[in-house]
Design a protein around this ligand. Sequence first.
Ligand code: NAD
Length: 272
Amino acid sequence: MKNLFDIREKHIVITGAGGVLCGQMAKVLGSAGAKVAVLDLNESAADKVADQIRKQGGTAVGVKCNVLDKVTLEQAREKIHTELGKIDILINGAGGNKKEATTSPQMPFFDMPADAIRFVFDLNFIGTLLPCQVFGKDMVEQDGGVILNVSSMNAFRPLTKIAAYSAAKAAIGNFTQWLAVHMCQNYSKNIRVNAIAPGFFLTEQNRFLLTDEKTGELTARGKTIIDHTPMSRFGEADELSGTVLWLLSDAAKFVTGISVPVDGGFSAFSGV
Ligand code: NAD
């Protein structure tokens, strides 16, 4: 069984890895023996995670890059080739929501600025597609690889308030299926494309919606989420690790084109 999950020596690129969820993934994969390229728009956050991996005895390089800018992605690819080698695995973690694209008493749907909606859609969807174009080339050249996209609960059924973020994550689920088929039919039967759909994890991108900025108490929305999560709590970043390791390794060798919920039962519960 142990060998099934072996990812030692694999070269893994993780976008958004300066952040909470993907930073944790980077550290877990680094400690499992993978060589990790930690990509983030925030250079110091990327360097910090890479540094932590190296201090644990792993191999990692921090790389500043913007997932919306193909030039910086190509530059990142060159740097990774020099420092680690060709890329076997890509995790598309960069993503998030924006206050201005979220309805509220101050921001009615009718006034939501197109720029803010476009920003959220681009960051999540285009910011997933472009890295697949750039780093996927290595997988085609090597006749094998794995892409793991990061979807969300709102991809299955939209959540209130966050129209653009829900639509963009739904697009990621759809694109995951599309690219899984496209890679097999046109490039290699050994390139797999899947997604994880995390439930609710308290991080910087949703803290303003789930907790009160002043008191730290749960908001009404935060309470509703807990009430609709059969396990009655938010997830911990490390609770994505097992599913990620499964999908990246040979343990999931015949699995492609799916989105796996990791959500404490949220998507299974009708609320009644
Ligand atoms: P986070 O804000 O902690 O991390 C996101 C990271 O992406 C940040 O470090 C940020 O600097 C980086 N980033 C933003 N724009 C970028 C760009 N243009 N180019 C490169 N990097 C960029 O968020 P998180 O909660 O750790 O979320 C990680 C992923 O998980 C996101 O795709 C998010 O949508 C998804 N997700 C989160 C939750 C949750 O409950 N937190 C639930 C479902 C899905």
